[in-house]
Design a protein around this ligand. Structure first.
Ligand code: ADP
Ligand code: ZN
Length: 521
């Protein structure tokens, strides 16, 4: 279709851009060589061009498999606006519209065809057989992590894509995703049976995003503090439940903010209306469950807040990644509490089979660890995605805090002796309950005799969590690397217990606002 054979010219001619980003150019060259590949690039990185440009340069048709039926129309409309003959087939189209597209396909009038995976395999593969009669130059699999049960967004329809390489032998396949940890990545390659694939991993670092975590106490008033710094800006506030999405939106409205809810309990019309208003800047804040945001391309989202703990880092990173697509400075804030970890843990255990639970609990643990970090958050996130970060980022709450310390020897002694008296058999939550003299029957009846029972009642649960995290960080405690980590004493613990060593702990920052304030000074 294109008279030129240089991808750069196609980039210019059809998309109006002059330079490739990330590994786009290498990926395109690889695809043009008719070789399989897998592309990992953050949301907004520019994955689409990696198959759209080859699609324009190849003779035949490119199939794009995507689970996001709602977005196909937008994607195809955008291509058509750029003068690219593209179409989509999904259940939203009438029989007549579908026939018209089939005719276009037969007449080789299309360069790109977007399909949901079920379309490809449904009806005893009838449609797939029809496609096999056409010249298919390339198959692109968008959101490829949906094929993996270890991913956070598993879709059973995707499993059947494993037959693609048999149905279309010789046709190169490009699998694309914005979220894949090591396990998911391997799974994608295995399931799709890619042939000696090239693997292109772009940096997932989003330099313009600053990461903040605040202990979840009075999260709504903490949220108001945070929003003061983002007056008049667009943002997304994620909640775990539909009810709290509604609740937060209503409270914000009462407090003079412009907010609307978005969740699966609302009718499609209402959801579409709210999303549309958000995209057009007619409403500034959306309070949403994770149902919101898949693929929305709004560039000026200035903040993303998680009122509740997400289930895993992949989901969290994808959601926070919706901030700052325009490259301008944006803030993301997570409210962290141990109670949330426990709550999600219970969900995981009831909702899944044994094997899935294990993987998901591990991911939850890693999410919890992020909330509990004493080291650079960005570094942790990048390491999670197998990326080395050279130095601390200087723009997360940990890096920004001045880490003011105080003599916390007595606090440390209380904690360590509780761990000792509980015979190093329990996790942080339990130890804290004992320290605070929990009235719960389980704890009271068993431990009220202990010398340490209740000696830390004057310190809040959150503060204890904070201090224990510091003690771990400083090496005065360690924890087992098990599903339910158990606190253990270390060599350093003993000298503290004997009163031979002083322990300097970190002061707790009162509000997120304080941290941000500091950076803006
Ligand atoms: P992804 O699928 O990775 O989330 P998209 O393919 O939707 O990202 O691209 C995100 C935005 O970046 C789009 O608006 C796209 O037009 C733009 N874009 C992609 N590649 C380039 C480029 N090389 N130069 C400028 N803009 C680009
Ligand atoms: Zn940092």
């Amino acid at each position: 279709m294109s008279s030129t054979s240089d991808p750069k010219d196609v980039l210019k001619q059809y998309f109006g851009y002059t330079k490739f980003r990330h590994y786009q150019e290498q990926i395109i060259d690889h695809v043009l060589d008719k070789k399989d590949c897998m592309v990992l690039m953050p949301t907004g990185g520019g994955k689409s061009l990696c198959y759209q440009i080859p699609a324009l340069m190849f003779e035949g048709l490119t199939l794009v498999i995507s689970p996001l039926i709602a977005l196909m129309k937008d994607q195809v409309d955008a291509l058509k606006l750029n003068g690219i003959p593209a179409a989509y087939l999904n259940s939203a189209l009438s029989g007549q519209q579908q026939t018209a597209i089939i005719d276009q396909l037969k007449n080789k009038e299309l360069k790109l065809l977007y399909l949901a995976p079920e379309r490809l395999i449904g009806n005893q593969g009838e449609f797939s057989r029809f496609l096999q009669t056409l010249e298919i130059s390339l198959i692109a699999i968008d959101e490829a992590h949906c094929i993996s049960q270890w991913g956070h967004d598993f879709r059973p329809e995707y499993i059947q894509l494993s037959t693609l390489k048999t149905s279309f032998p010789g046709t190169p396949v490009i699998a694309l995703t914005a979220t894949a940890d090591r396990l998911t990545k391997e799974d994608i390659l295995k399931q799709l049976k890619l042939d000696n694939p090239g693997i292109f991993v772009s940096s997932f670092n989003r330099e313009n995003i600053r990461y903040f975590v605040a202990p979840k106490r009075e999260s709504y008033s903490q949220l108001l503090d945070f929003l003061q710094k983002h007056e008049g800006e667009s943002g997304i506030i994620y909640t775990l439940s539909r009810a709290s999405a509604e609740g937060v939106a209503a409270s914000l409205k009462a407090d003079g903010y412009d907010a609307l809810p978005y969740h699966a309990g609302l009718s499609r019309e209402v959801r579409e209306k709210h999303q549309d208003m958000f995209i057009k800047d007619e409403v500034k804040i959306i309070t949403a469950t994770i149902a919101f945001g898949m693929g929305i391309d709004k560039s000026n989202v200035r903040f993303v807040v998680h009122m509740d703990l997400p289930k895993n880092i992949e989901g969290y990173y994808q959601e926070t990644g919706r901030a700052g697509r325009d490259g301008l400075k944006s803030d993301v804030l997570l409210f962290y509490s141990y109670a949330d970890v426990m709550k999600l843990q219970r969900f995981v255990e009831v909702e899944n089979n044994e094997q899935q639970s294990q993987v998901m609990l591990k991911k939850l643990q890693e999410m919890a660890e992020y909330g509990n970090l004493r080291t650079c958050r960005r570094k942790y996130l990048l390491n999670y995605f197998d990326e080395e970060a050279e130095s601390d980022c200087g723009s997360c709450d940990i890096c920004l805090n001045d880490k003011e310390q105080f003599d916390g020897t007595i606090i440390a002694q209380k904690a360590l002796s509780a761990v000792a008296r509980l015979e190093q058999n329990f996790g942080a939550g339990y130890v804290i309950d004992v320290l605070r003299g929990s009235k719960s029957e389980k704890i009271r009846s068993k431990h009220k005799q202990l010398k340490t029972y209740g000696v830390g009642a004057d310190i809040s649960k959150d503060a204890w969590n904070h201090y224990i995290r510091d003690l771990l960080y400083l090496g005065f405690l360690s924890k087992t690397n098990t599903q339910f980590p158990v606190l253990k004493l270390t060599e350093k613990s003993l000298s503290v217990l004997r009163g031979e060593e002083k322990v300097m702990l970190f002061k707790i920052q009162e509000t997120v606002y304080q941290t941000i304030e500091k950076q803006q000074e």
